[in-house]
Every structure is written in structure tokens, then in C-alpha cells.
Design a protein around this ligand. Structure first.
Ligand code: AKG
Ligand code: FE2
Length: 322
């Protein structure tokens, strides 16, 4: 379904009922005391609290899912006040909403589902990644190196960048259609669809005995486009036999096409804004920024547990007011 281009949900700034806040605080304490790390259990508890006490947040979750699946494939939510609460309360308010979209995935081999996207100084010789730098993050999907990249991710801005740091979104289907309108573009699409490319898996994600490379075509169904140039370049370095002339040509053509692509959607996250993105349907990036205190909280969400009847129910829900 071809959806709207851009969805913004303006939720009136909302201060949460004291009863809800105190139950979230107690829950956070209980998690720490009992060292609970079963995220399925945590998500169920959060959803139960929301269902009992904040039905509007439950409905917002369904509305977001509807947009990600059937409408504009990403949504900007303004006016929620999660960022005004101290961490980890802010984290759990955010997770109480995100829990409605599917199952959180844990960040590498830690037990955490929230990753702080904020500039850091390298303490080891580990190469820093986009989420740890303030330079531009070129268009990519998250977890391009996972066999099954997560379907959705969210970013909550606790502190927005002073200068720059704009988010950039490009719809994968539109890029493919646009490439398909020229002869060279069609050649490129054929190679990206038919040939496997190597994606380097970052060290923290490699399971013992497994290779540090996964092979996958750049164009497929889910995700529509699997792309992150630095991981493919590293993969080609590690597997020089795959650096064939046709692959290198198609990669360069595609990358230049993306850079020059005119239909980029650009916006800046203000303090408290949240964006949820369908990682199988869009590419995203970030402009360079200045000011050391930019902090976004990222959560990644899989959706293996949403069965077709739930997906069908979603289509019956009321359309979203923009
Ligand atoms: O900083 C941002 O706005 C997004 C960063 C990002 O895309 C990433 O870390 O994968
Ligand atoms: Fe990303």
C-alpha cells in the first residue's frame, strides 16, 4: 500500500498520573532488586500497567503500528514529556509505549534494550560507530549485518543537538522505482537483487565459531533495501574474491544515486520528540552536529509475534489525524 509521505502525531504535553508514575518507579526498583532481565516478562508487565491506567497510551501504540505498517512508514511524535523525567523513569515510560510495537532486541551481548546515541571518546582501539560520533551518518538501515534486521526502531530525543543533527529519511520503494526508470538504473537493480554482498558483523555481535561476514543481496523483500556502505566495504575487504567489477560498479552507482536522490525527507528532533521507523521500508541517516550533549535513546523492535489476525485488526483502526 502506498501511504502518506509524512505523519506527525501531536500529543498534548501530558503529565502522567501520580499513581502511574509511582507504579513505574516501584517496578524499576523491583527490576533492579530482583535482577530481572527477561524482557518478555518486563514488556508484559509494562503493557499491563498501561492497559489498566493509560488506555490512551495503548491506543497511541496501535496508531503508531498502523502508520509504520500501512501509511508513511515512519512517524514523528511530538508533545510527550518522557524526557522531563529522570532516568531510568524516562526510559521505562518510553519502553511502556514502544512495548506495543513488538519485541525489544537486546543490544549485542549486554542485557540492555536501550542504547544511548551520544558522542563518546574512543577508550580502546575499537572503531566508533554512527551512534557514538557527531559526524554525518550516511543513509543506511539498522542492523544491516543481522540475518534478520529488526523491523522497527525508535529514537527518543532527551537532548537535541544545538546545531545540525537533522534526521534524513528515504523510502526504499520510491528509490527502487526511481532507479527503475533508467537503463543503467535497471542494470544496477539487477545486480543488487541477484548478487550477494558481504556485510561485516561488528565484533560485539559475533557468536563463537561464527564467521564475521554475512552474505545477502542488497535488494530483497524484508528489508526492501539492506544497505550500510561501511559494513559492505569492510566485507569486501575481508572477501576480496567478491569485489567483482559488476558488484563494485553497482555499489558505486547506487551510492551516488542515493547521495543525489532528491526526495529526502528531513526534520530535526526537538527535546522530547520521538521517531519510530519501519527499518524494512526506509533508509535513514543523520546530519553532522555540534554540541556535546545530544542524547537520543534508541530501541530496536522485532515483530515476529504479530500474527496476521492482529495485522488485519490494525487495518480496521481509525485513520490518524495529522
Ligand atoms: O543519531 C541519529 O539521529 C541516528 C543514528 C543512527 O542512525 C544509528 O546510530 O544507527
Ligand atoms: Fe541508524
Amino acid at each position: 500500500m502506498q501511504g502518506k509521505n509524512y505523519s506527525i502525531l501531536n500529543v498534548d504535553r501530558y503529565s502522567f498520573p501520580l499513581k502511574f508514575l509511582s507504579e513505574i518507579s516501584e517496578f524499576v526498583l523491583e527490576l533492579a532488586e530482583r535482577d530481572i532481565s527477561d524482557w518478555q516478562e518486563i514488556q508484559n508487565r509494562l503493557k499491563f500497567l498501561v492497559k489498566e491506567q493509560l488506555p490512551w497510551l495503548n491506543e497511541l501504540g496501535t496508531q503508531i503500528l498502523q502508520i509504520l505498517e500501512f501509511e508513511s512508514q515512519f512517524v514523528l511524535i511530538k508533545g510527550l514529556s518522557f524526557h522531563l523525567y529522570k532516568r531510568p523513569i524516562a526510559d521505562y515510560l518510553y519502553l511502556a509505549l514502544a512495548a506495543h510495537l513488538g519485541q525489544f532486541t537486546v543490544h549485542d551481548n549486554s542485557k540492555k534494550v536501550i542504547w544511548d546515541v551520544t558522542p563518546r571518546h574512543s577508550s580502546s582501539n575499537r572503531k566508533l560507530t554512527f551512534s557514538e560520533l557527531n559526524s554525518e551518518a550516511p543513509l543506511h538501515i539498522d542492523s544491516a549485518f543481522r540475518n534478520q534486521p529488526e523491523k522497527y526502531f525508535g529514537l527518543l530525543a532527551i537532548n537535541s543537538a544545538r546545531e545540525g543533527g537533522h534526521s534524513v529519511i528515504v523510502k526504499a520503494k520510491e528509490v527502487v522505482e526511481s532507479l527503475n526508470s533508467s537503463f543503467l538504473g535497471q542494470q544496477c537493480l539487477t545486480i543488487l537483487r541477484q548478487q550477494e554482498f558481504p556485510f561485516e558483523v561488528p565484533p560485539a555481535f559475533i557468536k563463537t565459531g561464527k564467521s564475521n561476514i554475512i552474505l545477502a543481496p542488497i535488494l530483497a523483500d524484508n528489508p526492501i533495501i539492506r544497505f550500510r556502505l561501511d559494513t559492505i566495504e569492510a566485507g569486501l575487504k575481508a572477501c576480496p574474491e567478491l569485489a567483482t567489477a559488476d558488484r563494485l560498479w553497482a555499489l558505486e552507482y547506487f551510492n551516488n544515486f542515493l547521495k543525489a536522490y532528491p526526495n529526502k525527507i528531513q526534520f530535526k528532533l526537538d527535546d522530547g520528540d520521538i521517531v519510530f521507523v519501519n527499518n524494512h521500508q526506509v533508509l535513514h541517516g543523520r546530519k553532522a552536529f555540534t554540541g556535546g550533549d545530544r542524547l537520543l535513546l534508541r530501541v530496536r523492535i522485532d515483530q515476529s509475534n504479530l500474527d496476521s489476525s492482529q495485522a488485519h485488526d490494525l487495518q480496521q483502526k481509525i485513520p490518524v489525524a495529522i
